[in-house]
Design a protein around this ligand. Structure first.
Ligand code: FMN
Length: 182
C-alpha cells in the first residue's frame, strides 16, 4: 500500500486501535455510553432491513458471573467485566441473521473504541456449554430469552486495564487484496 492511510479519519483510527480487551477496571460504564453503543447496534444495516436482532445489556455482577461460565474456553474473563451486551436474533425473521448480528456486534466494538472503552467478542453460536447443552440455550435461560431466538455472541465491555499497541502498517496483508482478478 503505497500511500499511507488517512489517519485523520476517526473511524479508521478506531479500527486500527481496537484490540481485544479482556481485563477491565472496576469503573462502571456510564449510561450515556451504553446508549451510544446501543445506537450503533440499532443503526446497523441488515438484509432487507429486517432487523432480526435483540440486544440484552447485562451489568449485574452475579449474572455476568453466570454468563462467564457459558462455555469451557474464552469466556471466563467476563466474570470481571462491568458490562456485557448479549447479541441474539430471531432466525425466522431473516435467513442471514448471523451476518446481521455480526455487523451490529462489530459496530458496537468500533463505537466502544471511540468512547474510550475496551471490548471483546465472545463467540456463542456453534459453541457448547457442556456435552448436552449449547452455550446459547444456557444463556437464554439466564436472561429469560424466548425459545425461538438464537444467541450469536456476547460483547464484553468496560474501561481497559491496559492499553494495547494498535495495529501497525506492517500487520496489514496487502497480498490478500486482489485487483479485478487473483
Ligand atoms: C468471530 C469471533 C469470535 C471470537 N470469539 C472469542 C471468544 O470466544 N473469546 C475471546 O476471548 N475472544 C474471542 N474473539 C476475539 C479474537 O480472539 C481476537 O479478535 C483476535 O485474536 C485478534 O485480536 P484483536 O481483537 O486484539 O485484534 C473472537 C473474535 C471474533 C471476530
Amino acid at each position: 500500500m503505497e500511500k499511507p492511510a488517512n489517519l485523520s479519519n476517526k473511524v479508521l483510527q478506531c479500527i486500527q486501535k481496537r484490540r481485544s480487551c479482556r481485563k477491565f477496571t472496576a469503573q462502571a460504564v456510564e449510561d450515556y455510553k451504553v446508549e451510544s453503543l446501543l445506537k450503533a447496534a440499532l443503526w446497523a444495516p441488515t438484509s432487507k432491513n429486517n432487523r432480526p436482532w435483540h440486544f440484552v445489556v447485562v451489568d449485574n455482577p452475579q449474572l455476568l458471573g453466570k454468563l462467564s461460565e457459558c462455555k469451557p474456553h474464552g469466556s471466563a474473563f467476563l466474570a470481571e467485566a462491568p458490562l456485557a451486551i448479549v447479541v441474539l436474533a430471531d432466525p425466522s425473521k431473516s435467513d442471514v441473521w448471523v451476518e446481521d448480528c455480526a455487523i451490529a456486534a462489530i459496530l458496537m466494538q468500533i463505537t466502544a473504541e471511540d468512547l474510550g472503552l475496551g471490548s471483546t467478542w465472545i463467540q456463542i453460536r456453534q459453541r457448547m456449554y457442556n456435552e448436552k447443552e449449547t452455550a446459547g440455550d444456557y444463556i437464554k435461560k439466564l436472561i429469560n430469552a424466548p425459545a425461538g431466538l438464537e444467541v450469536a455472541s456476547i460483547i464484553a465491555l468496560g474501561y481497559k486495564e491496559k492499553e494495547r499497541a494498535p495495529y501497525s502498517e506492517e500487520y496489514l496483508l496487502p497480498e490478500r487484496v486482489h485487483r479485478n482478478k487473483f
